[in-house]
Design a protein around this ligand. Structure first.
Ligand code: C2E
Ligand code: CA
Ligand code: CA
Length: 670
């Protein structure tokens, strides 16, 4: 799930970052393009407008010359002579014959005839004197093209020298245009200057600058946006991969990384071990040293694992003090050996703390052939669950710290899965049945009570004993539903007994520790019992010792309320785990049930008898009644009778039985 989430966020960021980047690049390119076209366009426009102005001047000039030469009033030379005086300094006129040979040049900027022809230049008109045409005209000995080539820009720049810099020319050239005249046999050319001043360019630059600012600021903002979203993506990915407690890898990272590593090595012959590494009794460590110290220890473990990972191996914290490891190994034996070394070294990472670790392993062997390789899909989460199951299978086994997942554990897993699949329907279908195991008085041998015990009568699997399904229910929380059902069944039975006028003995019912997180548990039980109108005093609630380890204040509160409502409380399996004698002092407990382990094994019989004797004495002193469980031998009954034990529950007298059988027995033995 988490894995999918990271990929989703990554995909989403990729989706949002790349279009933004592309947009930015596109935007940048179009800005540059716009500026370039603007500059080129503006320059072209400037030049074009100047040229068209010169052409317009030439057309006007043509019209004027036509009117001056109208009906042969004047020759074209005379007409030009008159008009030229009114033209500005840089405007010249050149008259050529039909072959474009220069006849006369009018203007103040003379071509360099001297260098070419060694001739005198008349001012203001520059004429080549050696060729006399009929009518007194003289002809220049060069073509118009040559004339244009040799023109010297005598006035070039000179006229701008004293202007302020804005009026300085940046670009200056001359431009010749044909003057359209009606007079035949001559061509007229008009020359004018083409100048771009500093001020033109200055204004153009100012416009471009403003434009750049207008376009550049949003572009810059866009870029910043893109960069910040890239940085955010990096931060998000880091957050998604960081464990909030250790600062190291988190589970999400482990899943992604394992997938990557296994994909990469799919075609190789490497064996991998998926490991569930667990610190035993981390909760106790926290209880003794505080949560901060607990977190610091987890950080140390994380650091140790990090330092011990090879390339293409990974690890992460899964939950609490559980870590997942993906180790590369040669064989199962080698992986066990390496883990053993790791576990030993781990116990030494904190000198002043007593720590122990256990590990479950699931071995991923290389695929046997190509076909399997192609078809193989590894679900890392599932594999890790198998490794955890292997570790779980060691629970209660002393001296074993490493276990490899095997067929037996697989069977257990499959059973667990089946139980979870069918439990709801079984409860609704009445497959859970109430059995009663009588409790006898050790002296009178009469039934003085009973314990309600559940039996699952499955149409498929027959009678399933509680130890096959209660641990699964405690793990998945379904136990609370089953306990409610059993409490209701006991209440119903007691109200039936009352109606039937039977002799009533108190019935105890087990309440799992999982229930003791509900603040309104006492009210809830009350409600269930009251539903059948049963008396509270005839029902005893059995709590295992493990229930005394959670939130003690809440437990105290619930028990006090249950007592107030009239229920009796018994502490089940007393002496089995870590007996907290404090609980006896602080909590309102009516009955102590001695765990059956007190009566198992005969090697330390004498010592065991002393413990039982003293425990009974302690219970008596605290005004508690005492029940001995798991009694199978006559001598045990006699010993317990001697010690003043109040009740005996065990196979010596009777096994758990269906209600109908119990009723018959009670008729006889009550
Ligand atoms: P428990 O509450 O300690 O119940 C006593 C267990 O000891 C019962 O096992 C009973 O059959 C067994 N027993 C009694 N006398 C002897 C004896 O002389 N020898 C031997 N070997 N065993 C004896 P059972 O019925 O299999 O139940 C096992 C455990 O399952 C119970 O231990 C209890 O913790 C749990 N359990 C059973 N029914 C329920 C239930 O309705 N709700 C909850 N929460 N737990 C239940
Ligand atoms: Ca019990
Ligand atoms: Ca018990």
């Amino acid at each position: 799930m988490k894995n999918q989430k990271t990929q989703k966020i990554r995909r989403c960021y990729k989706k949002s970052v790349w279009p933004s980047l592309a947009l930015f690049v596109l935007f940048g390119c179009s800005c540059v393009g716009m500026v370039l076209t603007f500059v080129i366009g503006f320059q072209g426009f400037l030049v074009d407008s100047k040229i068209s102005k010169i052409q317009e001047n030439a057309r006007n000039l043509g019209r004027m010359l036509d009117s001056y030469t109208n009906n042969g009033q004047r020759t074209i030379f005379e007409a030009v002579t008159i008009i030229e005086r009114f033209l500005d300094e840089e405007s010249d006129i050149c008259i050529t014959d039909e072959n474009d040979q220069v006849l006369q040049y009018f203007g103040k900027t003379a071509p360099d005839f001297e260098r070419a022809q060694n001739i005198t230049i008349f001012d203001p008109y520059h004429i080549i004197p050696d060729l006399h045409l009929p009518g007194g005209e003289r002809k220049l000995l060069l073509s118009f093209r040559e004339l244009v080539g040799r023109s010297i820009d005598a006035l070039k720049k000179s006229s701008y020298q004293d202007n302020d810099w804005m009026e300085e020319p940046l670009f200056h050239t001359y431009y010749w245009v044909n003057v359209p005249v009606k007079v035949e046999g001559y061509h007229l050319y008009y020359r004018d200057s083409l100048t771009i001043l500093q001020k033109n360019v200055f204004f153009m630059n100012a416009v471009i600058l403003i434009e750049l600012l207008l376009l550049g600021i949003p572009a810059l903002l866009l870029l910043l946006n893109v960069l910040s979203s890239i940085a955010m993506q990096k931060r998000m990915v880091l957050m998604l991969h960081q464990d909030p407690v250790t600062g190291g890898n988190n589970w999400n990272y482990f899943l992604e990384q394992s997938k990557r590593i296994l994909c990469q090595f799919r075609n190789t012959n490497h064996t991998y071990a998926v490991v569930n590494l667990h610190m035993i009794r981390f909760q106790d460590y926290c209880a003794c040293n505080g949560i901060k110290e607990g977190d610091a220890l987890l950080k140390k473990i994380d650091g140790f694992l990090k330092a011990n990972m090879d390339r293409n191996e990974t690890y992460a914290r899964f939950a609490r003090a559980d870590f997942g490891l993906l180790l590369r190994c040669e064989s199962v034996e080698q992986s066990k050996k390496r883990l053993k070394k790791l576990l030993v070294e781990l116990t030494g990472i904190k000198k002043d703390a007593m720590m122990s670790f256990s590990a479950g392993i699931y071995v991923l062997r290389p695929a046997a052939n190509r076909k399997e390789r192609r078809r193989r899909q590894i679900d890392i989460e599932q594999v890790y669950q198998f490794a955890s199951a292997a570790r779980g299978a060691m629970r209660g086994k002393k001296g074993e710290y490493i276990k490899v997942f095997d067929q037996q554990i697989l069977q257990e897993q499959m059973w667990k899965h089946k139980v979870e699949e069918t439990m709801e329907a079984a409860l609704l279908g009445g497959e859970f049945q109430l059995y009663l195991q009588p409790k006898y008085h050790p002296v009178t041998k009469k039934i003085v009570g009973a314990e309600a015990l559940v039996r699952w009568i499955s149409p498929e699997d027959g009678m399933i004993p509680p130890n096959r399904f209660i641990p699964v229910f405690e793990e998945n929380g379904f136990i609370t539903k089953l306990d409610d059902y059993m409490i209701s069944q006991v209440a119903k039975l007691r109200s039936e007994w009352k109606i039937q006028g039977r002799k009533m003995v108190p019935v105890s019912v087990n309440v799992s520790r999982v229930n003791f997180v509900k603040e309104d548990l006492a009210e809830h039980i009350c409600h269930l019992v009251d539903g059948y109108g049963a008396e509270h005093s005839g029902i005893e609630l059995e709590l295992t010792e493990s229930a005394f380890y959670g939130n003690k204040e809440l437990l105290k509160q619930i028990l006090k309320k249950l007592k107030m409502y009239g229920f009796n409380i018994s502490m089940d399996d007393f002496g089995a785990g870590y007996s907290s004698l404090n609980s006896l002092k602080d909590l309102p407990i009516d009955t102590l049930k001695l765990d059956m382990d007190f009566f198992r094994g005969d090697d330390s019989l004498e010592r065991g008898e002393i413990v039982v004797k003293e425990t009974i004495r302690l219970a008596k002193a605290l005004h508690m009644s005492i029940v001995a469980e798991g009694i199978e031998k006559k001598e045990q009954v006699e010993f317990l009778a001697e010690q003043g034990c109040d009740m005996i529950q065990g196979y010596y007298f009777a096994k758990p039985m269906p209600v109908s059988e119990f009723n018959q027995l009670a008729e006889r033995d009550c």
